[in-house]
Design a protein around this ligand. Structure first.
Ligand code: DLZ
Length: 155
């Protein structure tokens, strides 16, 4: 991660926080990596992780509505995970735009931090490189979880 501009390993005490991960299902191998990374980071920060800590949605387009519903249940933070890979049609741009704007809107409107762990990639290799899997260069699921926890602790 050196030189990426990311803040590096954060020492966080999230033991008093309730954090929920909302995760899309498209691109399963990459999603498995992102989800494992996010849960690893939450546990490392002391955030309790239970069977209720993960909510799955079909695709990244559905992330904002699920995040909005969860944010209104009183959680301290939401972590949104998805993978969108460019295809041959403009669909990519619409899904990316909907997920990005929608999740921003949820965070700003509810005041609940939303960690942004949605990969928007030109091809599958770019996504695998960022998925926190063995051989990946980066772990964007963990980064999103750390950002959500760090923000919740500041507010
Ligand atoms: C339809 C679609 C396509 C083409 N690609 C992706 C993708 O790369 N990543 C993703 O998370 N979801 C994709 N989807 C599904 C949409 O997000 C959404 O689930 C459907 O349009 C149904 O609302």
């Amino acid at each position: 991660m050196s030189g990426s501009g990311a803040p590096g390993a954060l020492q966080l005490d999230g033991s008093g926080l309730r954090v929920v991960v909302v995760a899309a299902r498209w691109h399963q191998e990459v999603m498995d990596g992102l989800l494992a990374g996010a849960l690893r980071a939450l546990r490392a920060a002391g955030v309790p992780v239970t069977d209720d800590s993960v909510v799955r949605v079909p695709g990244s387009f559905e992330l904002p509505v699920a995040a909005a519903r969860l944010a209104r249940t009183g959680v301290d933070a939401v972590v949104a995970l998805g993978v969108v890979i460019r295809g041959g049609t403009p669909h990519f741009d619409y899904v990316c735009q909907a997920a990005t704007a929608g999740l921003t809107d949820v965070a700003v409107q509810t005041g609940v931090p939303v960690g942004f762990g949605v990969l928007t990639c030109d091809d599958e290799q770019q996504a695998l490189d960022r998925a926190g899997l063995p051989g990946s260069r980066e772990d964007k699921g963990a980064e999103a979880a750390q950002a959500a926890v760090a923000t919740a602790l500041e507010l």
